[in-house]
Design a protein around this ligand. Structure first.
Ligand code: URA
Length: 193
Protein backbone atom coordinates (compact mmCIF):
# COMPACT_ATOMS: atom_id res chain seq x y z
CA UNK A 1 0.00 0.00 0.00
CA UNK A 2 1.18 3.54 -0.82
CA UNK A 3 1.49 5.51 2.36
CA UNK A 4 0.62 9.20 2.55
CA UNK A 5 2.30 11.77 4.79
CA UNK A 6 1.52 15.39 5.58
CA UNK A 7 3.08 18.28 7.44
CA UNK A 8 0.74 20.76 9.02
CA UNK A 9 0.67 23.75 11.33
CA UNK A 10 -1.83 23.05 14.07
CA UNK A 11 -3.28 26.29 15.38
CA UNK A 12 -3.79 27.16 19.05
CA UNK A 13 -7.00 25.62 20.46
CA UNK A 14 -7.30 22.78 17.96
CA UNK A 15 -7.11 19.15 19.07
CA UNK A 16 -4.55 16.82 17.43
CA UNK A 17 -7.29 14.41 16.39
CA UNK A 18 -9.29 14.38 13.19
CA UNK A 19 -12.85 14.40 14.44
CA UNK A 20 -15.02 13.07 17.22
CA UNK A 21 -18.42 11.56 17.78
CA UNK A 22 -18.41 12.61 21.39
CA UNK A 23 -21.06 15.17 22.40
CA UNK A 24 -18.72 16.43 25.10
CA UNK A 25 -16.29 17.63 22.41
CA UNK A 26 -18.92 19.28 20.23
CA UNK A 27 -17.46 22.76 20.65
CA UNK A 28 -13.87 21.68 19.96
CA UNK A 29 -11.96 22.11 16.70
CA UNK A 30 -10.35 19.17 14.88
CA UNK A 31 -7.69 18.61 12.21
CA UNK A 32 -10.37 17.35 9.80
CA UNK A 33 -11.42 20.98 9.40
CA UNK A 34 -8.08 21.86 7.74
CA UNK A 35 -7.92 19.27 4.97
CA UNK A 36 -9.60 16.17 3.55
CA UNK A 37 -7.20 13.55 4.92
CA UNK A 38 -7.48 9.88 3.92
CA UNK A 39 -9.44 7.82 6.41
CA UNK A 40 -6.58 5.86 7.97
CA UNK A 41 -4.28 8.74 8.99
CA UNK A 42 -2.85 9.29 12.46
CA UNK A 43 -1.13 12.31 13.95
CA UNK A 44 2.34 11.64 15.25
CA UNK A 45 3.40 13.06 18.64
CA UNK A 46 0.26 14.99 19.42
CA UNK A 47 0.37 18.60 20.56
CA UNK A 48 -1.83 19.68 23.41
CA UNK A 49 -4.83 21.87 22.65
CA UNK A 50 -3.11 25.12 23.60
CA UNK A 51 0.13 24.29 21.78
CA UNK A 52 0.46 25.28 18.14
CA UNK A 53 2.95 24.14 15.56
CA UNK A 54 4.32 21.41 13.40
CA UNK A 55 2.54 18.09 13.31
CA UNK A 56 3.24 15.13 11.06
CA UNK A 57 0.23 13.18 9.91
CA UNK A 58 0.74 9.80 8.23
CA UNK A 59 -0.99 6.60 7.24
CA UNK A 60 2.18 4.67 8.17
CA UNK A 61 2.13 3.21 11.70
CA UNK A 62 5.78 2.10 11.58
CA UNK A 63 6.91 5.57 10.56
CA UNK A 64 4.80 7.07 13.34
CA UNK A 65 6.55 4.81 15.85
CA UNK A 66 9.95 5.82 14.51
CA UNK A 67 9.21 9.55 14.68
CA UNK A 68 7.99 9.13 18.25
CA UNK A 69 10.98 7.17 19.47
CA UNK A 70 14.07 7.85 17.36
CA UNK A 71 16.60 10.59 18.31
CA UNK A 72 16.84 11.32 14.58
CA UNK A 73 13.41 12.99 14.97
CA UNK A 74 14.21 15.41 17.79
CA UNK A 75 11.54 18.03 18.42
CA UNK A 76 12.31 21.73 18.72
CA UNK A 77 9.92 24.15 20.41
CA UNK A 78 9.81 27.90 20.83
CA UNK A 79 8.33 28.87 24.17
CA UNK A 80 7.38 32.35 25.33
CA UNK A 81 7.71 32.37 29.08
CA UNK A 82 6.59 34.64 31.87
CA UNK A 83 9.60 36.69 33.03
CA UNK A 84 13.13 37.21 31.75
CA UNK A 85 14.55 33.71 31.76
CA UNK A 86 18.11 33.47 33.08
CA UNK A 87 21.10 31.22 32.51
CA UNK A 88 20.46 29.27 35.73
CA UNK A 89 17.02 28.21 34.46
CA UNK A 90 18.44 27.37 31.02
CA UNK A 91 21.13 25.18 32.62
CA UNK A 92 18.54 23.40 34.76
CA UNK A 93 16.40 22.70 31.68
CA UNK A 94 19.44 21.46 29.79
CA UNK A 95 20.56 19.11 32.56
CA UNK A 96 17.06 17.73 33.14
CA UNK A 97 14.45 18.47 35.80
CA UNK A 98 11.94 16.43 37.81
CA UNK A 99 8.38 16.66 36.53
CA UNK A 100 5.27 14.73 37.44
CA UNK A 101 3.92 12.21 34.92
CA UNK A 102 0.72 10.40 35.89
CA UNK A 103 1.40 11.17 39.54
CA UNK A 104 4.96 9.79 39.44
CA UNK A 105 8.19 11.76 39.51
CA UNK A 106 10.08 11.64 36.20
CA UNK A 107 13.55 13.06 35.46
CA UNK A 108 13.68 14.56 31.99
CA UNK A 109 16.62 13.61 29.76
CA UNK A 110 19.31 16.16 29.09
CA UNK A 111 18.32 18.40 26.22
CA UNK A 112 19.30 21.52 24.31
CA UNK A 113 17.93 24.92 25.36
CA UNK A 114 18.91 28.52 24.74
CA UNK A 115 17.45 32.01 24.93
CA UNK A 116 16.19 33.62 21.71
CA UNK A 117 17.42 37.19 21.63
CA UNK A 118 14.45 38.40 19.57
CA UNK A 119 10.88 37.05 19.36
CA UNK A 120 10.64 34.40 16.61
CA UNK A 121 8.49 34.77 13.52
CA UNK A 122 5.53 32.47 13.92
CA UNK A 123 2.21 32.38 12.08
CA UNK A 124 -0.37 34.75 13.59
CA UNK A 125 -2.29 33.28 16.52
CA UNK A 126 -5.75 33.74 17.99
CA UNK A 127 -4.20 33.37 21.43
CA UNK A 128 -4.34 36.41 23.66
CA UNK A 129 -0.95 37.04 25.26
CA UNK A 130 -0.97 39.57 28.06
CA UNK A 131 1.00 42.69 27.24
CA UNK A 132 4.40 43.62 28.60
CA UNK A 133 3.00 46.21 31.03
CA UNK A 134 2.15 43.24 33.24
CA UNK A 135 5.77 42.15 33.37
CA UNK A 136 8.32 41.11 30.77
CA UNK A 137 8.29 37.89 28.81
CA UNK A 138 11.10 36.08 27.01
CA UNK A 139 11.52 33.37 24.39
CA UNK A 140 13.56 30.17 24.44
CA UNK A 141 14.29 27.34 22.05
CA UNK A 142 14.15 23.88 23.61
CA UNK A 143 14.87 20.64 21.75
CA UNK A 144 13.71 17.33 23.20
CA UNK A 145 14.29 13.74 22.17
CA UNK A 146 11.29 12.56 24.19
CA UNK A 147 7.66 13.58 24.37
CA UNK A 148 6.01 13.18 27.75
CA UNK A 149 2.58 14.72 28.23
CA UNK A 150 2.86 18.54 28.42
CA UNK A 151 6.59 18.14 28.91
CA UNK A 152 7.79 21.60 27.85
CA UNK A 153 5.11 23.35 29.95
CA UNK A 154 5.96 21.24 32.99
CA UNK A 155 9.73 21.72 32.60
CA UNK A 156 9.48 25.50 32.27
CA UNK A 157 7.10 25.74 35.23
CA UNK A 158 9.51 23.74 37.40
CA UNK A 159 12.36 26.19 36.73
CA UNK A 160 10.08 29.13 37.58
CA UNK A 161 9.15 30.42 34.10
CA UNK A 162 5.63 29.30 33.14
CA UNK A 163 4.89 29.04 29.42
CA UNK A 164 2.57 31.64 27.89
CA UNK A 165 2.79 30.55 24.23
CA UNK A 166 4.25 27.31 22.88
CA UNK A 167 4.98 26.31 19.28
CA UNK A 168 6.71 23.23 17.90
CA UNK A 169 8.82 24.46 15.04
CA UNK A 170 10.81 21.38 13.95
CA UNK A 171 10.57 17.59 13.94
CA UNK A 172 13.88 16.07 12.86
CA UNK A 173 14.62 17.33 9.34
CA UNK A 174 11.21 19.04 8.92
CA UNK A 175 10.70 22.66 9.96
CA UNK A 176 7.75 25.01 9.75
CA UNK A 177 9.44 26.82 6.86
CA UNK A 178 8.89 23.65 4.76
CA UNK A 179 5.19 24.49 4.88
CA UNK A 180 5.87 27.65 2.85
CA UNK A 181 2.98 29.46 4.49
CA UNK A 182 0.51 26.65 3.84
CA UNK A 183 -1.34 25.10 6.72
CA UNK A 184 -1.23 21.54 5.33
CA UNK A 185 1.24 20.10 2.85
CA UNK A 186 1.48 16.57 1.52
CA UNK A 187 5.07 15.32 1.47
CA UNK A 188 6.38 12.66 -0.83
CA UNK A 189 9.58 11.76 1.04
CA UNK A 190 10.71 8.15 0.96
CA UNK A 191 11.23 7.25 4.61
CA UNK A 192 13.57 4.55 5.80
CA UNK A 193 11.90 2.45 8.47
N1 URA B 1 5.22 20.04 25.38
C1 URA B 1 4.06 20.55 25.83
O1 URA B 1 4.00 21.06 26.94
N2 URA B 1 2.98 20.46 25.03
C2 URA B 1 3.01 19.90 23.80
O2 URA B 1 2.00 19.87 23.11
C3 URA B 1 4.23 19.38 23.36
C4 URA B 1 5.32 19.46 24.16
Amino acid sequence: MEHRHYLLYKPYRMLSQFMTNSKRQKKKRFLGELYSFPEDVMSVGRLDEKTEGLLIVTTDGQLSYKINTSAEFDKEYYAQVDGMIDQRAIEELTRGVKISIEGKSYSTKSCKAFVLQTPPELPPTQQYIRDDRHGPTSWISITLTEGKFRQVRKMCAVVGFPVLRLARIRIGPFGISDLKGQQVMEITEEFER
